[in-house]
Design a binder for this molecule. Structure first.
Ligand SMILES: Cc1cc2nc3c(=O)[nH]c(=O)nc-3n(C[C@H](O)[C@H](O)[C@H](O)COP(=O)(O)O)c2cc1C
Length: 341
C-alpha cells in the first residue's frame, strides 16, 4: 500500500505472521529515470526474509527495464504488477485500473515482464473492471495465466467503486473456477473470520489484506491462528498497543530519519487509536507529535488497561467512502461503456 507498506510497517506485519508483506507501489518509469527517491522506496530491511516488490507502469518497456535494474541492484524474490489503481491522474493516462480494458497491451506488458523477471515469480493484481458495464477480470486472469504469471490477485471492486460498498466475493470464486494458477482474493477482510469465509466461499488460494491491517497489524496473528485451527488470540489492550506503536514509530525514525519518520507515523497513530471511545482529543494531540518523546508522553496519559474496542474492525480507515466516474483518455475502449465514459 502506497505510503504505508514501507520496511518498518512490513516488519511489524511480518512479526505478527503476515506471509508476504509487499512493498509500496514503485513507479517503473521513475526507476528507469534513476530517481533516487524511488530507489529509496524500493529498499528492503536487513531482516526481511522475502523481498516482494510491486511495480506500477503503463509501458512494457519501462516495466521490463525496471525489473532488469532491480534484479541487478538487489535481491528480489517476487514481483507484482499493479493494475488496480483507480486514481484519476493514473486512469486519465490509461494506467492502473484502466489498463486491463486494453487486453493486447496488458498481454504485451505481462509477457515482457515475465521474460525479464525470468526465474523470479511475477504476479499481477487487478480489479473487476472499469465499472459494471466494462468488466475485464476474467480476461485479465486468462492473460496472466497464458503469459506465465505465478498467481493473480483480484480486488473484487470496480474502479468506479473505489473502496466503496462490499467487495463482490462471488467474482473471486468465478475467477478461481476459470483459472489454474493460484488466485488471491482481496476486498473486505477485516477479521480472521472474514479470511476463513473468503477462502471457503471463493475456494481461492490466499487472501490479500488492505485496510484491515491499518492500525491493526495483529490481524495477521489472528488470521494465522484461525488458519491453523487455533483459538484466535485477543487484540492487545491499550498498553500493549502503545508498545507496538512505539516500536513502529522508532523503526520509522531509524529508517527515514526523525522528521519524515514521525510524519509518516502520524497517520498510523490515527488508525491505531481511531476505534477507542472519546479518542478524538487524543488523536488531535497525536497529529502534532514531532519526536518519539512526544509520542510516549501522549500515550502515557491513557490507562494502559483500557481494552481494545470490540467493534474496532467496523471503523473504516485508509480511504474515504464514495464512488467516482472513472476518467479515461481519448480513444480508450471503455469510454463508450456508459458511466465510465
Ligand atoms: C492507503 C492505501 C494505499 C493503497 N496502495 C496500494 C498500492 O500501492 N498497490 C495496490 O495494489 N493496492 C493499494 N491499495 C489497495 C489495497 O491493496 C486493497 O486492494 C484495497 O484496499 C482493497 O482491500 P481491502 O478492502 O482489504 O482494503 C491501497 C489501499 C489503501 C487504503
Amino acid at each position: 500500500m502506497a505510503g504505508v507498506t514501507n520496511y518498518p510497517f512490513r516488519r511489524i506485519c511480518a512479526a505478527f505472521g503476515a506471509g508476504l508483506p509487499i512493498s509500496e507501489m514503485i513507479t517503473a518509469r521513475a526507476l528507469v529515470e534513476g530517481r533516487e527517491k524511488t530507489f529509496k522506496l524500493a529498499r528492503f530491511g536487513p531482516d526481511e526474509a522475502i523481498h516482494s516488490l510491486q511495480l506500477y507502469g503503463t509501458r512494457a518497456e519501462d516495466i521490463s527495464e525496471a525489473i532488469r535494474i532491480l534484479k541487478d541492484e538487489a535481491k528480489i524474490d517476487h514481483f507484482d504488477l499493479n493494475f488496480g489503481c483507480p486514481v484519476r491522474k493514473v486512469t486519465r493516462k490509461g494506467g492502473g485500473a484502466a489498463l486491463p480494458a486494453r487486453p493486447e497491451l496488458l498481454r504485451r506488458i505481462v509477457r515482457e515482464a515475465v521474460l525479464s523477471a525470468d526465474e523470479i515469480p511475477l504476479t499481477i493484481k487487478f480489479r473487476l473492471g472499469i465499472d459494471e458495464d466494462c468488466l475485464y477480470f476474467l480476461e485479465a486472469g486468462r492473460i496472466a495465466e497464458e503469459e506465465g504469471c505465478a498467481a493473480v490477485t483480484l480486488h473484487a471492486r470496480t474502479a468506479a467503486q473505489l473502496y466503496d460498498g462490499r467487495a463482490d466475493w462471488e467474482r473471486i470464486a468465478e475467477l478461481k473456477a476459470a483459472l489454474h494458477i493460484p488466485v488471491i482474493g482481496n476486498g473486505d477482510i477485516w477479521t480472521a473470520e472474514d479470511a476463513l469465509e473468503m477462502l471457503h466461499q471463493c475456494r481461492c488460494d490466499g487472501v490479500a489484506i488492505g485496510r484491515g491491517c491499518l492500525g491493526r497489524p495483529w490481524l495477521f496473528r489472528e488470521i494465522a491462528a484461525a488458519l491453523e485451527g487455533k483459538e484466535i488470540p485477543p487484540p492487545p489492550d491499550f498498553g500493549e498497543m502503545a508498545a507496538i506503536m512505539m516500536e513502529h514509530a522508532r523503526s520509522l525514525v531509524e529508517w527515514f530519519g526523525e522528521h519524515p519518520g514521525m510524519l509518516n507515523f502520524r497517520k498510523h497513530a490515527g488508525w491505531y487509536t481511531r476505534a477507542f471511545p472519546r479518542s478524538a482529543a487524543l488523536r488531535r494531540e497525536l497529529m502534532l507529535i514531532t519526536c518519539l518523546e512526544d509520542l510516549e508522553r501522549v500515550l502515557s496519559r491513557v490507562d494502559p488497561s483500557t481494552p481494545y474496542p470490540e467493534s474496532a474492525h467496523l471503523v473504516r480507515r485508509g480511504k474515504r467512502s464514495g464512488r467516482q466516474k472513472v476518467v479515461l483518455p481519448e480513444g480508450h475502449p471503455a469510454r463508450s461503456s456508459g458511466p465510465g465514459s
